[in-house]
Design a protein around this ligand. Structure first.
Ligand code: MF3
Ligand code: CO
Length: 249
């Protein structure tokens, strides 16, 4: 069942989203070579709690941290560790979620650490742009898979592999609600989009194959061929006009 949010719920999700956007800005400014992925998690948790929010990922299905920190060929759900140091030239995906007055916001960004290669920068940029290509279709009366197909078309035009084993999702009182939102080609058109739906759209894009594998920690998802991977996610609201992106400033 896909929930339609009331005006008062939307107001709370807007606040959650603005806070999460600020969390991401502050984390972006903090990234330096020599930091550990655990340093990022510690800082992220502190910032989230400082805004009076709860980090929604912490202990979610046993996930042990507040921020998913995924480096280079790690796609998503990297577990922060004090011995995992960021080096100049790495790319790092930060995925974070907050709960504010009972409502969730979820967003992810990928950044370069210091100076990065042109190939890495292009992957990050295309992944981000694919989200914007997707939400051009996120309009009342369109169908869900119009978004999926637009994301897939855009990424595949660069020869990239769009991850299939993980998808975006509805969001609200829960981190994961219906519907699932694939980022790859769909034959069926999916549900009709309606004003008041709140969706977390999150393309995960590999420079090489779309296939992924799981590390022995049971969380960290990596590209199967070891190629670089990027992630970009926002929580959005379907309106009767243009979609509203809740997790940007
Ligand atoms: N953005 C991710 C998702 O929607 C974050 C979940 S990570 C977890 O699935 F640790 F909370 F599981
Ligand atoms: Co998500």
């Amino acid at each position: 069942m896909v929930s339609i949010k009331s005006q008062s719920e939307i107001a709370l999700m807007r606040e959650a989203g603005k806070i999460l956007a600020k969390v991401h800005e502050e984390l972006k400014d903090a990234i330096r070579p020599g930091m550990s992925t655990l340093d990022i998690d510690r800082l992220g948790e502190k910032i989230i709690r400082g805004y009076g929010c709860i980090p929604s990922f912490l202990n979610y299905n046993g996930y042990p941290a507040s921020i998913c920190v995924s480096v280079n060929d790690e796609v998503v759900h990297g577990i922060p560790h004090k011995d995992h140091i960021l080096y100049e030239g790495d790319i790092v995906s930060l995925d974070a979620g907050v709960i504010y007055k009972g409502y969730h916001a979820d967003a992810a960004r990928t950044y370069g650490v210091g100076k990065i290669s042109d190939e890495a920068a292009k992957l990050i940029e295309v992944t981000k742009q694919s989200f914007f290509e997707g939400i051009k279709m996120a309009k009342d009366g369109n169908h869900l898979h119009d978004i999926s197909n637009a994301i897939a078309d855009y990424c595949e035009s660069f020869g990239y592999g769009v991850v299939r084993d993980l998808v975006g999702h509805g969001i609200g009182k829960n981190l994961h609600e219906d519907p699932q939102i694939p980022n790859f080609h769909q034959r069926r058109r999916g549900i009709k989009l309606q004003k008041g739906m709140t969706l977390a759209i999150e393309p995960m894009v590999n420079a090489g194959t779309y296939e992924v594998a799981w590390l022995d920690d049971d969380w960290t998802v990596v590209s199967d061929d070891g190629s670089l991977s990027a992630h970009y996610e926002n929580t959005i609201l379907i309106t009767d006009g243009e979609p509203e992106i809740l997790t940007i400033l």
